[in-house]
Design a protein around this ligand. Structure first.
Ligand code: AMP
Length: 282
């Protein structure tokens, strides 16, 4: 496994490869867990080489304290990468990525407008920019993103389609703890009580899925149902509960066969997001 720490090193490594092996790429911010491992496994099974990037990207954090508090576990991450047979780990410093500060941005499309777009101004502009920079460095055939960050996946798909990037974007199902909480690097920052309370998110989403299977189709009623369930947990503070069309994340009145409900919920100073796809029973 080779460790590369600048765009120039990454370019040199890509040029040194014999032939043109298919490259699967898994971009992360590190603090790896089983969710990231699922992405690595899928990339390994579908490509000749896998590149993992670990970069806590300052331009996608709209709150400095969140950037500073983001967990960093590099030694452990490298062991996990090795274990999964990763070929190259791309781990540039902030200075290597942004030697001139940040003056050029990639403007994300309409998929970035709702939900996270409202609560985290500038977040998806940072994501679109860093993903573009990483894609230019790694030049992957396929890139793997978790459905846990459903809106991020939609923003990246829209960007790749509209900017004619020749990269297949693959969405991977969310990996969860036994109690249903979606795995996230941020979970380690939850207090013990908040960690115990947080599975209410998944519980509320599963209830909504059952309600839809029983015939509920009104999007506002589904949002209300989820909000009420999360509201039974006094430690939870809801930021949004939104039913959207999976295709473009437009808010809908009624669900159709491609709907997804996304939520953001605070526990103390930790912000958790989750979602569930909703399917009509017929
Ligand atoms: P992050 O390091 O949090 O930026 O995440 C890197 C990638 O891993 C993103 O594509 C995430 O959507 C994905 N990811 C994070 N958590 C999970 C999870 N629980 N299950 C599947 N993928 C995940």
């Amino acid at each position: 496994m080779i460790l590369l720490t600048s765009p120039a090193e990454m370019h040199a490594w890509i040029r040194s490869l014999n032939g043109r092996p298919t490259i699967g790429f898994v971009p992360t911010m590190g603090a790896l867990h089983a969710g990231h491992e699922a992405l690595l496994q899928q990339s390994q099974s579908e490509n000749e080489a896998t590149v993992l990037s670990i970069f806590v990207n300052p331009t996608q954090f709209n709150v400095d304290a969140d950037f500073d508090a983001y967990p960093r576990t590099v030694d452990r991450d490298l062991r996990i990468a090795e274990h999964h047979g990763v070929d190259a780990v791309y781990m540039p410093s902030t200075e290597a990525m942004y030697p001139n500060g940040w003056r050029v941005f990639v403007e994300p499309g309409t998929a970035s407008d709702p939900m996270e777009g409202g609560g985290r101004p500038g977040h998806f502009r940072g994501v679109a920019t860093i993903v573009t920079k990483l894609f230019h460095a790694v030049q992957p055939h396929r890139a793997y993103f978790g459905k846990k960050d459903y809106q991020q996946l939609a923003v990246v798909k829209q960007m790749v389609a509209e900017l004619d990037m020749d990269i297949e974007i693959i969405g991977v199902d969310t990996i969860r703890h036994d109690d249903g909480l979606a795995m996230s690097s941020r979970n380690v920052r939850l207090s013990e009580q908040d960690r115990t309370a947080a599975p209410i998110i998944q519980k509320s989403l599963r209830e909504a899925r059952h309600a839809v299977a029983s015939g509920l189709t009104d999007a506002r009623d589904i949002e209300k149902l989820i909000s009420e369930t999360i509201g039974t947990e006094p430690r939870a503070k809801i930021e949004y509960v939104t039913v959207t069309r999976a295709r473009d994340l437009a808010r809908t009145e009624y669900i159709d066969e491609t709907s997804v409900v996304c939520v953001a919920v605070w526990f103390g100073d930790v912000r958790l997001i989750d979602n569930i796809e909703l399917h009509l029973p017929y």
